[in-house]
Design a protein around this ligand. Sequence first.
Ligand SMILES: Cc1cc2nc3c(=O)[nH]c(=O)nc-3n(C[C@H](O)[C@H](O)[C@H](O)COP(=O)(O)OP(=O)(O)OC[C@H]3O[C@@H](n4cnc5c(N)ncnc54)[C@H](O)[C@@H]3O)c2cc1C
Length: 586
Amino acid sequence: MSGPLLVAVDEDPALLRDVEQELRDRYARTYRVMCFTSAEEALAGLESLAAADEEVALVLAAQRLAGGTGTELLGKVRRLHPHARLGLLIGWENWGDQSTGTALFESMTHGRLDQYVMRPSSPPDERFHSTISTFLLEWAEARRVAPNTVHVIGETWSGRAYELRQVLGRCAFPHTFLLADSDEARALLQNAGTENRFPLLVMPDGTILPDPTDADVARAAGATVDPQGSEFDLVIIGSGPAGLSAAVYGASEGLRTLVIDKGGLGGQATSSSLIRNYLGFPPGIGGGALARRAYEQAWVFGASFAFMQEAIHLRREGDRTVIRLAHGGKVAARAVVLATGASYRRLGIPELEALNGAGVVYGAAASEAPATVGQDVYVLGGANSAGQAALHLARYARHVTLVVRGSSLGAGMSHYLTRQVEATPALDVRLDTEVVGGGGDGWLEHLTLRARATGKTERVAADGLFLMIGARPHTEWLPADIDRDNEGFIVTGPDLSERRAKVLGHRPFPLETSLPGVLAAGDVRHGSVRRVASAVGEGSAAIQSVHRILAAGSVPATIPMTGPSSAAAVTVGSGSGHGSATSTLS
Ligand SMILES: Cc1cc2nc3c(=O)[nH]c(=O)nc-3n(C[C@H](O)[C@H](O)[C@H](O)COP(=O)(O)OP(=O)(O)OC[C@H]3O[C@@H](n4cnc5c(N)ncnc54)[C@H](O)[C@@H]3O)c2cc1C
């Protein structure tokens, strides 16, 4: 029999038999089941499977094993079978136990396993099977054999075929690539009956899109691409976590809602392969998967989406805001949520970019710090955020080195912080220094530092690199009447100056900007926490303020209706969700 393998390892024969039985009963039609009773035996077996190019979908191991521990074994399996999902089997008696929790946390943080799995109780144990099914779906997605996958077929990997894969990725669309002369591509195309223009897409329903434009892809991803001239209750700019959350809450609360994004779905979150700290997902969730779920949720509530549409201009016209798009269209809304996020300045060193999330971390010092116990970590940056991160990490890590390009700490950091940094025993500062290289086998192991004055380089052992080299908000296109801080982040609510707040005609609502009817949420906002959960929280809170602003027509008409678009004066329906009235702008 062929088929991918499900592997179970446990030194207790009775417990192993229970797991084996459950796996065979449910999955034997599609998968092969293989069991081992010791770590050595399992490792040897899995090495042979890797050498024979056999596909392993899942490995479940108990922690107590003859010849090693389960987490050690799974750590080795990760390298042999990178796509396999890895679960540590635990018993009911381990549930909530502190030492088991710590071992799981450490192993999951270092990518040695994906999740714990409660041993099956008396059959049928649907909870056990729900975990196994989730594992198998994740494996299928990683192998790009999941249902509803788009196939990109091209004559070469590069050029337009590559661009199409990027666009599909930005729309959080599962996809795979096939060369046109491969057997699989021929099989997919044999009934197409048309002259094929490569590269092409084979959609999940079998439709073929020959040589599609980005807009064709966005439309196929379920997005409205040309919102030219429509009017909405609420337009959200940005479909990252903040924008998606605003869309779910806005649409579900009866506002006719449009989300515009210059790319696709998910914002920065899609560059995170695993978000570990988002509520409700103990094993973590991929940024793309989270965005896709939120998109579906917003869509079910009636929100419209327009991908590949960049907002380039925004102004108040009477009691509404008109947004101009790069492709020439425009949309109007009674309220706007700016959720355009920010980009972290990247280091741009390929070998370190490849270890993003595997020891190399942008921003997230606070959430990652507990995982650095006993480690030597480096923080790159010379501003307050870098100082704060270094101090926080020094509470956990064995040693922290703050690497600063400048020749004094005081140049970029507040005095109180420099004093704290200097007084912290486990924290050293290297001034006039930059990170120029580094690497590791699946996880960061070393960095190359260069002294700027002499050019001398040094290789140092490192378990973590925290990059705090600044973020740039996407606000350069906004009008001057939207107040921003020195770095360009949008000032909202109580942070607005008295003079700015006066324009609003009321005490600023939470997340309200200095321009009436316009709110900001997520990373683009001055003072935001820059995490997925806080962006989601702000997106939902913004809708609360939208209701308050719209109630009793509390948006003052600050800008008279002038210019060509004044002829486009229309009344916006105040109906709800899918059915609310809209009209067309001229
Ligand atoms: C590599 C990486 C890993 C991360 N890991 C984690 C993690 O594990 N846990 C965690 O909590 N946080 C993590 N974060 C941070 C988290 O992703 C962000 O805090 C979060 O995505 C912010 O959401 P947002 O909606 O405010 O903005 P963004 O996610 O930045 O989304 C903004 C969106 O606006 C769009 N946009 C911008 N300008 C325009 C325009 N003019 N017109 C139309 N659209 C526009 C962009 O295309 C983008 O899609 C990570 C970030 C990165 C970069």
